[in-house]
Write a protein that binds this ligand. Structure first.
Ligand code: KG4
Ligand code: ZN
Length: 337
C-alpha cells in the first residue's frame, strides 16, 4: 500500500509518500515563514494562496523522488483539521480531486494524532500504551495513547500553548516571527541567568498547564532591564528553564499516575534541544524511555499525514463521500484534564 500524504493546516506545505513495506519513499516541505515574517504572524489568506502555488510542484517532486507513478498510489491522506480553514480547504480539495480522478480512496487525518504517531516511524520498538506530550504552536497536551484511535486526555493548557508562549515571549523582546527557535538558541547560549521564573501550576495537583503568566513575567523583566542583548539572553534562559522544568514535572507526574514508562514528545517544541537532553535524563532516572521524533518530523510535515493515513486506511477507513469536510477546530480527545 502506497499513500500520498498532504499537510496544509498552517504555514507549511508538506507532501510525502509512505509505502507499507519500504517506509517513507520521499517527502518535501515548503515553509512560508519568509512570506509571513513581515506581518509578525501567519496571514491566513496568504497561507491558503501559497499552498495553492506549492502543492502541485511538491507532489510532482515527491512522485519523482519516490520513482512512483500516480497510478501506483493506493490512497491519499490529507490534514482535515484542526488548522486554518482556508489552508485546510486547499489541501483537502486537492487530495479529494486527485483521489476522485485516480479512483482511489482519500482520508482526512487529524493533525495532532499525526504529530503523535509519527514517533513510531523511527522507533519501531515503541509499543502501546505510551504517554504523549504534545507541544506545538497551538496545543499543549498530555495524552495516554492506548492504541490507534484510543486516546485519553490527561492534561491540557488552560491558556497559551508552549510554542505560542515561546513565540510571544520572543516577539516582546523584538525577535522576529516565529521566534520560538531563536529564543531557544539564545537561552542555550546563556551560561547563567540572574533571573528565576516560576514553574506554573506545579504546586497544584493535576496535569494541566498554564503558560501565559510566564510571558507576562518575561515582559515585566524585559521592561525593567536595559533591553540589550544580554538581557534578552538572560530572560530567554530563565523562560526556557521554567518551561522545561514545568513540562518535566508534569510528564513525570503522568508517568506516576498511569504507570506507563514510555513517553513520546511530539510537535514543534519537541525540536527544543534543552528539553530533549533534560527529559531524557529524567526519564532514564525512572528507568523509563522517551522518544523524540527526528527534528524534521517534529515540526509540521507531510510524512506524519501519509503515515497516519496509512495506519487508518490499512484498517479499511476512508472518506465516506466526495464532500470536503475540514474543521478549524477538532478536539483530539476529550479535553477534560
Ligand atoms: O508543530 P508545529 O510545527 O506547528 C503547529 O502545529 O503548531 O510547532 C510550531 C511551534 C512554534 O511555536 C515554534 O516556535 C515552536 O514550535 N518551536 C520551538 C522550537 N522549534 C520550534 N519552540 C521551542 N524551541 C525550539 N527549538
Ligand atoms: Zn503541527
Amino acid at each position: 500500500m502506497k499513500i500520498l500524504g498532504i499537510e496544509s493546516s498552517c504555514d507549511e506545505t508538506g507532501v510525502a509518500i509512505y509505502d507499507e513495506n519500504k517506509g517513507v519513499l520521499a517527502h518535501a516541505l515548503h515553509s512560508q515563514v519568509a512570506l509571513h515574517a513581515r506581518f509578525g504572524g501567519v496571514v491566513p489568506e496568504l497561507a491558503s494562496r501559497d499552498h495553492v502555488n506549492y502543492l502541485t510542484p511538491l507532489v510532482d517532486a515527491v512522485l519523482k523522488e519516490a520513482g512512483t507513478g500516480l497510478n501506483e498510489l493506493d490512497g491519499i491522506a490529507y490534514t482535515a483539521g484542526p488548522g486554518l480553514i482556508g489552508a485546510l480547504l486547499v489541501g483537502a480539495c486537492f487530495a479529494k480531486s486527485l483521489g476522485f480522478s485516480l479512483k482511489i480512496p482519500t482520508l482526512g487525518v487529524h493533525h495532532l494524532e499525526a504529530h503523535v504517531l509519527v514517533a513510531q516511524l523511527d522507533s519501531p520498538e515503541l509499543a502501546y500504551p505510551f504517554i504523549a506530550l504534545l507541544v506545538s504552536g497551538g496545543h499543549t497536551k498530555l495524552i495516554l495513547v492506548r492504541g490507534l484511535g484510543d486516546y485519553e486526555s490527561l492534561g491540557d493548557t488552560l491558556d497559551d500553548a508552549v510554542g505560542e508562549a515561546f513565540d510571544k515571549t520572543a516577539k516582546l523582546m523584538g525577535i522576529p516571527y516565529p521566534g520560538g527557535a531563536q529564543l531557544a538558541a539564545l537561552a542555550d547560549g546563556c551560561i547563567k541567568s540572574p533571573y528565576t521564573f516560576p514553574r506554573p501550576m506545579t504546586q497544584k495537583p493535576g496535569l494541566d498547564f498554564s503558560f501565559s503568566g510566564l510571558k507576562t513575567q518575561a515582559l515585566i523583566t524585559w521592561n525593567a532591564s536595559l533591553k540589550d542583548n544580554q538581557a534578552k539572553a538572560h530572560i530567554a534562559s530563565a523562560f526556557q528553564e521554567a518551561i522545561i522544568d514545568t513540562l518535566i514535572i508534569k510528564c513525570l507526574r503522568a508517568v506516576k499516575q498511569t504507570g506507563c514508562l514510555s513517553l513520546v514528545v511530539a510537535g514543534g517544541v519537541g525540536a527544543n534541544s534543552a528539553l530533549r537532553v533534560k527529559l531524557k535524563a529524567s526519564m532514564q532516572a525512572l528507568h523509563g524511555t522517551v522518544v523524540f521524533p527526528r527534528l524534521e518530523y517534529c515540526t509540521d510535515n507531510g510524512v506524519m499525514i501519509a503515515y497516519t493515513g496509512f495506519l487508518h486506511m490499512a484498517r479499511g477507513e476512508k472518506d465516506a463521500d466526495l464532500g470536503v469536510h475540514v474543521k478549524a477546530r477538532w478536539p483530539f480527545c476529550d479535553d477534560v484534564g
